[in-house]
Design a protein around this ligand. Structure first.
Ligand SMILES: [Zn+2]
Length: 240
């Protein structure tokens, strides 16, 4: 990077067991049918600020516990030909999270933060699965989920049925959980409101908080959630 690194970002790169990797697609990724372009240097610098600000919402211990080691930040990433804001793959690439910093030619600043938290949830589900009673929260248990083809013709991001934030939450359990997590991490006021309106969503949020408490060695406690909701979690939060 030509631009001088922000000192806060520099501190984080030392404190976290993580690598933010803008490098070109490597052989192992090509073999897993991943394609992507590299992001230009100016956008790399902007994206690094944005991504580190989201990483900093979690303590370093969380990444160790869920086995995520690398954040791959690229342009228009495709997995088996499908473009998306981001994804996480099981198998040999499971320590990686993939983010489209540039999506269809545009710097993806709006979707980048929620996508990061979303894919992190998928990564945690794959690498550090915690047995839970998630489906028992739903009015119809596991039958509440319609599968990836069950939403044809429906707007995925319209408000969902009782217990689900969006229609998209009804695809399956990991997708439901990932959408709850991204909402908790980037829209704290809205998720508070959702919990008040819908006790099922509130139970799912409480379960996600419990998972985070376990995976962060107790650091993401009630005080942390209050601080996040109060906008007090900045890049130095875990190191004071
Ligand atoms: Zn997902």
């Amino acid at each position: 990077m030509t631009e001088q690194a922000n000192p806060t970002t520099e501190l984080l790169t030392v404190r976290y067991p993580l690598r933010l990797d803008f490098g070109p697609i490597y052989e192992q990724e090509r073999k897993a049918f991943i394609e992507a372009e590299e992001v230009d240097e100016v956008r790399q610098a902007e994206a690094a600020q944005l991504i580190w600000a989201e990483i900093a919402k979690y303590p370093p211990e969380l990444f160790e516990n869920i086995g995520i080691k690398t954040i791959r930040a690229l342009q228009d990433i495709k997995s088996e030909g499908n473009t998306g804001y981001g994804f996480h793959l099981a198998g040999t690439l499971s320590p990686n999270i993939y983010l489209s910093v540039v999506y269809k030619g545009m710097f993806n600043s709006v979707e980048l933060p929620p996508t990061f938290h979303h894919e992190l949830s998928h990564g945690a589900d794959v690498n550090n699965y915690l047995t839970d009673n998630w489906v028992s929260f739903n009015p119809n248990g596991i039958n509440s989920y319609v599968g990836p083809n069950g939403l044809r013709g429906l707007n995925h991001f319209a408000r969902g049925p009782k217990g689900f934030i969006y229609n998209r939450n009804t695809i399956n359990v990991p997708e439901d959980r990932a959408l709850v997590v991204e909402t908790m991490m980037v829209k704290p006021f809205w998720f508070q409101q959702l919990c008040t309106e819908d006790p099922i969503i509130a139970s799912k949020v409480a379960k996600c908080k419990l998972n985070f408490l376990t995976r962060s060695n107790g650091r993401m406690d009630d005080e942390y959630w209050q601080d996040l909701e109060g906008g007090k979690v900045d890049c130095g939060y875990w190191f004071r």
